[in-house]
Design a protein around this ligand. Structure first.
Ligand code: ZN
Length: 298
């Protein structure tokens, strides 16, 4: 089944929910960046969350940025998403390798370490909305749960998961077997009864990847969490790993490094390849092109 995000309400619209299966987009990100298994899991979780959160943006031009900076070996992650659930992103150290966590899982929390999560929503206003929290575990889902509670005052439960095909600890690492997640949010009119039932469900909830490895239909996630709470699916969206970079954007970035740095690159007298951070696409610049950029530099 292709990647899909389901948007739904439940319990008489007192619950707002998103569920996503994102295997293909996480695999696209892995292939683009050549990420190690633990970096694939970390980036895949944040891309999945970004895709779901992007769906809450109102306008096509709005942009959501999720940025994590930590003292662990991965250094940090940045993901952006638009209202059409098109996401892109990167890990600062995409090749990081770590032994599995005590539970035998990819150690995303250990890779990220202690630090901060920042959420920026640029909605075309003068000042973009920005909220920042201290990382709770570095496992991404728990950090976002905390972010929603503290910065957006919305009690939420976030689940995210990425499972690799096999051989999780070799450098080749294999491909992504399944990936996805959910965001369940309680609206102010949620009853005590609803909250209690949801809490019980969470306790017995297996894991995102356990459910999605059986079937990649994200409806199964909602069924497990909100079954018999009158789930009403309001929308389905196809998320994707997509970057809008082109040579012109990369030129602008090159110009912004400064005239002296540019002169230094030209001195080497070689064609250079500049890579887009977000998708790792390479753009080649000949010495003549670099000279022209330098001339246009103010
Ligand atoms: Zn790009």
């Amino acid at each position: 089944m292709p990647d899909q995000i389901i948007r739904a309400t439940a319990a008489g619209a007192s619950i707002r929910a998103f569920a996503a299966s994102t295997r293909d987009l996480v695999e696209d990100a892995r292939a683009a960046h050549g990420t190690s298994p633990v970096a694939t899991a970390a980036l895949g979780r944040l891309l999945t969350a970004g895709a779901m959160m992007g769906c809450t943006l109102k306008s096509e031009k709005d942009l959501l940025t999720l940025s994590i900076r930590g003292d662990g070996p991965i250094g940090g992650l940045t993901v952006t998403a638009d209202s059409g659930a098109r996401v892109k992103g990167y890990a600062l150290n995409p090749l990081v390798m770590l032994p599995p966590s005590p539970a035998g899982k990819l150690d995303v929390g250990g890779a990220i370490g202690a630090g901060f999560l920042q959420v920026i929503k640029d909605m075309g206003l003068k000042e973009p909305y920005s909220g920042q929290i201290t990382l709770q575990s570095g496992e991404v889902a728990e950090d976002l749960t905390y972010y929603f509670a503290v910065s957006e005052q919305t009690p939420s439960i976030v689940g995210l998961g990425v499972l690799m095909e096999k051989d999780e600890n070799s450098s080749s690492g294999g491909t992504v077997k399944c990936a996805g997640g959910f965001i369940i949010q309680l609206m102010p009119n949620a009853s005590e009864e609803t909250i209690k039932r949801l809490e019980e469900r969470i306790v017995s909830f297996p894991s995102v990847t356990e459910i999605l490895s059986g079937s990649s239909d994200p409806a199964h996630l909602l069924e497990k969490l909100l079954g018999d709470m009158e789930i009403a699916i309001t929308d389905t969206i196809k998320p994707s790993f997509y970057c809008n970079c082109d040579k012109e954007r990369v030129e602008k970035a090159l110009i912004s490094i400064g005239k002296e740095e540019l002169a230094q690159i030209i001195q080497d007298n070689e064609t250079v390849e500049v890579k887009c951070h977000f998708c790792n696409m390479g753009y080649r610049f000949t010495v003549a092109e670099l000279e022209k950029l330098k001339k246009n530099h103010k």
